[in-house]
Design a protein around this ligand. Structure first.
Ligand SMILES: C[S@@+](CC[C@H](N)C(=O)[O-])C[C@H]1O[C@@H](n2cnc3c(N)ncnc32)[C@H](O)[C@@H]1O
Length: 680
């Protein structure tokens, strides 16, 4: 593959945790300002085609058929006696990488139920093309040039650092030149991955140096309010932060052009990074932050509440990276169903059909990342025969953490449409039993269909409210609670989250999650010989739905403790967040982010259950608050789970007070307000 082809923009980036992301501050990114564009239109997203020319998304749509012709099915020769852990070194293929387009999405004809899943929507995951957005391109910048180069590379290059699968045991057979210029084949994939790893390591080193320099710079700057030598900035036009009156006028006129917003966001990020040097006299940090938040909300299309909630999770520059990553589809990934085939066999079958793929990374020996395909990946004979599941890479993580063992009894408490259930069934090697539960009966249809397609013979489907466990059934060796959540980790797939989530949703979801997690814990047998574990996961990045829930469970169930997830990457969960202090063991939980790990935002916590002490049981406060919840169509359990509603009372009350204020009603004094019901 030539250099230009590798620089195309739209191929999915690798699923590897980026080393540079572990530091706090990220580099700036380039804004592609098109001064000729119509004032109110969102800047046109551009992409480099395989020939290196820049095209708009629209232009790319016409190229599908040409690419179809360019692809030839690969010729494969694999030693069929080799173990599945062996490499693919005998395999040859003629497949070239190409750019996914929206046209190719239209040919998707797979089971629509499979697309219903969090993480399983291939159509949406292939939608849209990344826009280059580099805060470093500004001529006025005084940041080191290195940053701009690195950040550009990060967006525009084909995988620069895919982790290789240790289990595949490839040998490095090609040198760097071939890696740069030759085609990618099944045989050279691993070698290329190694080369890319080396390059990634070099990039990471460079990044670390940059970040260290930037951090030193910032430290110096923020400590010396108004006292910087500022030499580098003498010729920089100061950025004018709009006054309240200017903002009001701007609002009245329908808001500024998106290019102006873009530029202002860049300026605000810059000022907040070097506040004492670059801020206007008399203006506070919070004024810049407010302007930035308001601009983020309008530029990326979020409601202001959610924009702020997500913004608060990161340092300023990194927050922009997060919002930007939500505009870009995540890589298309599939999970090999080991009940039906081996990964190498599946890979060769798909390569034969013109699919260009490679192993996801060392952390999974069943995942494949699909770069391009001349066939709809959700309708191949292999798909229909249940050889794989279309599944987001992040969705592998909770099951890897759960680590079910053959012959165990496992509960998947919220399981539809079954991506994780079928993974659990495969790890059990069709032994033991998986109870696949979901409160939503309609969703259990796709769950059942997937269970059949993937040949899982050890699964029982049921439909209870999870809060009815363990009353309906208990004594499990392991429980997975992949909880219903706000979906703030999957915004690139479901953009409606940007506008339809309010504080009320987070309050209610967190409340439900706390109830479910206690039920999950109580459903595990502390006497289990092989297990005694619970994994709690969400596809959300908010602290309310993650650390706050886990911390709550630790406080309410002293018989559980957090243990290592066994996942080799992911950021540590928060132990402190905005004035709240959580159990220090929360650092054992793991966070995954689109802009860091190039996978959906996700959270994973693993608990070990020990025997309940008598003391703990008598301390339980048993109060049923579920009847006060009005969470969409959640079924109401008649059971008492020892949920302490007082814990959440202040939050629930506050949410209600805010809603009343929004509606122009005067909220009653705090103590008089009843806990939800919610109709006001
Ligand atoms: C994140 S999805 C689960 C995805 C699934 N684990 C998979 O991998 O395919 C959350 C699921 O929780 C279900 N759910 C919502 N409230 C529930 C409750 N109270 N009890 C059990 N399931 C519930 C929803 O119907 C939804 O299918």
């Amino acid at each position: 593959m030539g250099r230009r082809a590798k620089n195309k923009q739209s191929a999915p980036e690798p699923l590897e945790p980026k080393v540079w992301s572990t530091t706090k501050k990220l580099g700036k990114r380039k804004i592609d300002v098109d001064t000729d564009a119509k004032p109110s239109a969102r800047p046109l997203k551009k992409v480099k085609d395989i020939d290196g020319s820049e095209k708009s998304i629209g232009a790319l749509k016409h190229t599908t058929s040409q690419r179809g012709k360019a692809q030839k099915p690969g010729r494969i020769a694999v030693d069929s006696n080799a173990d599945s852990a062996d490499g693919w070194e005998d395999v040859e293929d003629e497949v070239r990488r190409k750019v996914w387009t929206n046209d190719e999405l239209k040919v998707f004809t797979g089971d629509i139920d499979d697309l219903d899943a969090e993480g399983d929507d291939i159509n949406s995951s292939l939608k849209g093309i990344a826009q280059e957005f580099d805060f470093d391109s500004d001529e006025e910048t005084d940041e080191p040039q290195l940053i701009s180069k690195r950040m550009k590379l990060k967006q525009s290059k084909r995988p620069s650092n895919v982790l290789t699968t240790g289990s595949d045991g490839f040998e490095m057979t090609e040198d760097e030149t071939e890696e740069e210029e030759g085609r990618t084949t099944m045989a050279n994939m691993e070698a290329r991955s190694h080369a890319l790893d080396a390059r990634a390591a070099a990039e990471a080193k460079l990044a670390a140096e940059e970040l260290q320099a930037a951090a030193g710079d910032e430290e110096h700057d923020t400590d010396m309010d108004g006292d910087s030598n500022g030499e580098g900035d003498m010729d920089v036009d100061p950025f004018h932060l709009p006054t309240d009156a200017e903002r009001a006028a701007e609002k009245q006129s329908g808001g500024p052009d998106l290019h102006i917003i873009q530029k202002r966001m860049r300026e605000c990020v810059k000022v907040l990074g070097k506040f004492s040097r670059l801020s206007e006299k008399g203006r506070s940090r919070s004024e810049y932050t407010d302007q930035l938040l308001s601009d983020i909300a309008s530029y990326y299309g979020y409601n202001e509440y959610l924009a702020e909630k997500l913004f608060q999770l990161f340092p300023v520059a990194e927050a922009i990276e997060f919002f930007e990553a939500n505009e870009i589809p995540r890589p298309v990934t599939i999970r090999t169903n080991t009940l039906r085939t081996r990964r190498r066999d599946l890979a060769q079958a798909l390569v034969n059909r013109g699919v260009n793929l490679e192993p996801i990374g060392k952390w999974t020996n069943v995942g494949l990342q699909v770069f391009e395909s001349s066939v709809p990946i959700g309708a191949t004979p292999e798909y229909l025969a249940g050889h794989y599941m279309l599944q987001a890479a992040s969705s592998f993580l909770p099951v890897i953490a759960l680590a079910p063992q053959p012959e165990e009894r496992v509960l998947d408490m919220a399981s539809a449409p079954g991506g994780k259930t079928t993974h659990i069934a495969a790890l059990l090697q069709n032994t033991g039993v998986v109870f696949a539960n979901d409160a939503n009966k309609v969703r259990t249809k796709s769950l059942t269909a997937n269970i059949h397609r993937l040949g899982c013979k050890n699964v029982v489907v049921c439909s209870y409210d999870g809060r009815e466990f363990p009353k309906v059934m208990g004594g499990f060796d392991r429980v997975l609670l992949d909880a219903p959540c706000s979906g703030t980790g999957v915004i690139s797939k479901d953009t409606s989250v940007k506008i339809n989530k309010s504080d009320r949703d987070f309050t209610l979801l967190s409340h439900l999650q706390k109830q479910l997690i206690l039920c999950a814990i109580d459903s595990v047998s502390p006497e289990s010989k092989t297990g005694g574990y619970i994994v709690y996961s969400t596809c959300s990045v908010t602290v309310d739905e993650n650390e706050a829930v886990v911390d709550y469970a630790l406080r309410k169930r002293p018989n559980v403790k957090l243990v290592d997830t066994g996942l080799s990457f992911g950021r540590e969960g928060y132990t402190k967040y905005r004035g709240k202090t959580f159990n220090p063991s929360l650092n054992l939980t793991r966070r995954f982010y689109p802009h860091v790990h190039n996978m959906d935002g996700f959270y994973v916590a693993k608990f070990k259950v020990e025997k309940r002490s008598k003391v703990m049981e008598t301390e339980d406060i048993t109060m049923d608050v579920t009847q006060t919840l009005d969470l969409h169509d959640q079924p109401k359990p008649g059971d008492d789970i020892g949920f302490d509603s007082d814990e959440d009372r202040p939050y629930l009350e506050e949410a209600k007070r805010r809603r009343m204020k929004v509606k122009g009603l005067r909220p009653p004094p705090r103590s008089k307000l009843p806990l939800l019901p919610t109709k006001i």
